[in-house]
Design a protein around this ligand. Structure first.
Ligand SMILES: [Cu+2]
Length: 441
């Protein structure tokens, strides 16, 4: 379960992890992780089918690991501490090797104490350029949506960030140019964004192209943690385009000023209308032939009920987040065999948003609340399950190993909402817990 040693094209990177005091851009300074001196770390950009070799040097005072979110890596390169490796201690290094099989927008982040380390800036973008371009973009920009939180329930404050700063981001573009904006939610809360100034299409979700996407206006796009939406639009003949954002933390009320302005600077925008309809991926784009459909024959189906209760997890008392009534590591394990097609039904019994993420595979969305999707095939690695919603997905088991499936609200994962998908005859020499020092969440 390792990548080949050599390939025609090899993309080599060195990532040095440290800690530093960083200004957020709003007057606040925080203890952040940095990668090669910045947070977020450098964007790693490769070509499809490149052999990627990443040498990670840990100069931070704590142990760590790197997970390649959404990339179908061989199991040994998945970066989950206690499962596919030991966390890398301070002063040590580790090398990840994998082939970037799928084009698209991905990201990387810590999977050791991932709740703390990712929120504290340990992440970066990973972009795989396709062998053959489906469309030409004059401007290619990444918009990473993060947030820092301070205080407790009584005195709570949060700072919304784009690309590592609280300041408004400005992207240059001229009239008539095509812009690809790669939106990535790296915070732990769901985000809502909307674009003003030009009609736009959602070209790709979680790195997988939508078939014949139509143009949208006055639509709010929800992004669960870990999800990526590539939106494309053509710059208008005059004026600029603005991205507004809201978050679950403020009940999805849009900010008054844009987070990102594309084109001419200094233009003023009316803040988005209240109650914009949310983008619905169940009927977007046009149908196309695909290997997994609601009519496929499934080798096994599992219902995963997402719930919670107060209790102890990781030695602290708090809101446990459960799958089938249990918190990790007591959650059920799903056994799969190579070649099987497995259906998963997520039933969200809570008032919260659960972006459910599967490592090492992609899945096809089948239905929402019992209604089969009717538009483009939708292939994801993270599906946002809304409060009291049921979502069915299915995946082909084609990547042997030990894989996590977990909520990507990293606090929920920390409080138990994780489980394992396991292929036969595979064991791990690594352990989770105090004696090993491996804490993947
Ligand atoms: Cu959750």
């Amino acid at each position: 379960m390792q990548a080949p040693q050599t390939a025609e094209h090899v993309a080599n990177f060195t990532l040095t992890v440290q800690q530093a005091r960083l200004p957020l851009g709003d007057g606040e300074t925080v203890n952040s992780f940095t990668i090669n001196g910045t947070s977020p770390g450098p964007t790693l950009r490769v070509h499809q089918n490149d052999l990627v070799v990443v040498h990670m040097i840990n100069k931070s005072p704590v142990s760590t690991s790197i997970h390649w979110h959404g990339i179908r890596v061989p199991n040994s390169a998945d970066g989950v501490s206690g499962l596919t490796q030991d966390a890398v201690p301070p002063g040590h290094d580790y090398t990840y090797r994998f082939v970037a099989k799928d084009a698209g927008t991905y990201w990387y982040h810590s999977h050791q104490h991932s709740y703390d380390q990712t929120e504290q800036g340990f992440y970066g973008m990973f972009i795989v350029d396709p062998i053959k371009e489906a469309s030409h973009d004059d401007v290619d920009a990444t918009v990473d949506l993060h947030e820092w939180t301070f205080g407790d329930f009584r005195n709570f404050r949060y700072v919304q960030m784009v690309n590592g700063t609280a300041k408004q981001q400005q992207i240059s573009a001229t009239p008539g140019q095509w812009v690809r904006m790669r939106l990535v939610n790296t915070s732990s809360n769901p985000k809502l964004v909307t674009l003003a100034g030009a009609p736009y299409m959602i070209a790709s979700i979680d790195g997988h192209d939508v078939n014949k996407p139509s143009l949208l206006t006055n639509t709010a796009i929800p992004l669960g943690t870990g999800q990526r939406y590539d939106i494309r639009f053509q710059m208008p003949s005059s004026g600029s385009v603005a991205l507004f954002r809201a978050t679950s933390t403020n009940k999805f009320v849009f900010e008054k000023t844009p987070a990102v302005v594309v084109g001419q600077q200094g233009a003023s925008f009316a803040s988005p209308a209240k109650g914009l309809p949310w983008f619905n991926l169940s009927s977007y784009g046009e149908p196309a032939p695909t290997t997994i459909t609601p009519q496929s024959k499934f080798n096994a189906s599992y219902t995963l009920t997402l719930n919670g209760h107060m209790g102890f997890e990781n030695g602290r008392f708090g809101p446990m987040h459960t799958i089938d009534g249990e918190a990790f590591p007591n959650t059920p394990t799903i056994m799969v065999q190579e070649g099987q097609v497995i259906k998963l039904r997520f039933v969200n019994e809570t008032d919260e948003y659960h972006p459910m993420h599967l490592h090492g595979h992609t899945f096809t969305v089948l239905s929402y609340n019992g209604h089969a999707i009717s538009g483009s095939p939708i292939v994801l690695d993270t599906v946002l399950v809304l409060p009291h919603q049921t979502v069915e997905v299915a995946f082909l088991a084609d990547n042997p190993g030990l894989w996590m499936i977990h909520c990507h609200n990293l606090f929920h994962a920390y409080m138990g909402m994780d489980m394992m998908i396991v292929y036969p005859n595979i064991s791990t020499p690594f352990n989770v817990g105090n004696s090993s020092g491996n804490f993947p969440d």
